[in-house]
Design a protein around this ligand. Structure first.
Ligand SMILES: [Zn+2]
Length: 113
């Protein structure tokens, strides 16, 4: 499962932060998964506790936010949030667009003690 290796690398990143900063308890971890990141919310939520077992993250609440795809048009410079990845500007119909959001897979925040 792809998400398990993602969860494991995220957990090891968080654990090294926890160790460096003398964190005693982690209440909540919020992550952002872009629609085009290749990861899915449900499998990640399933994989995270497996990866977090035996660490301080084990009891933390996991919050997963989905980032929709946002494109920037190279012609008219308008930004559009899309439900479906459609590589065309809805304002001027240009196909010269760039994806500026939706590929991320990041740790947004961690509530710690
Ligand atoms: Zn445009």
């Amino acid at each position: 499962m792809h998400e398990l290796s993602l969860a494991q690398s995220m957990v090891s990143e968080l654990v090294s932060y926890i160790e460096k900063n003398n964190v005693k308890k982690v209440h909540q971890v919020t992550i952002v998964i872009g629609k085009l990141s290749g990861a899915e919310k449900e499998p990640f939520e399933f994989a995270f506790p497996i990866a977090a077992e035996g660490t301080l993250l084990e009891t933390a609440e996991l919050v997963v936010e989905i980032q929709k795809v946002v494109i920037l048009c190279n012609e008219c410079r308008s930004e559009t949030t899309l439900d479906m990845p459609l590589m065309k500007c809805p304002s001027c119909s240009s196909r010269s667009v760039k994806i500026i959001k939706g590929k991320e897979f990041i740790i947004k925040s961690m509530e710690i003690e």
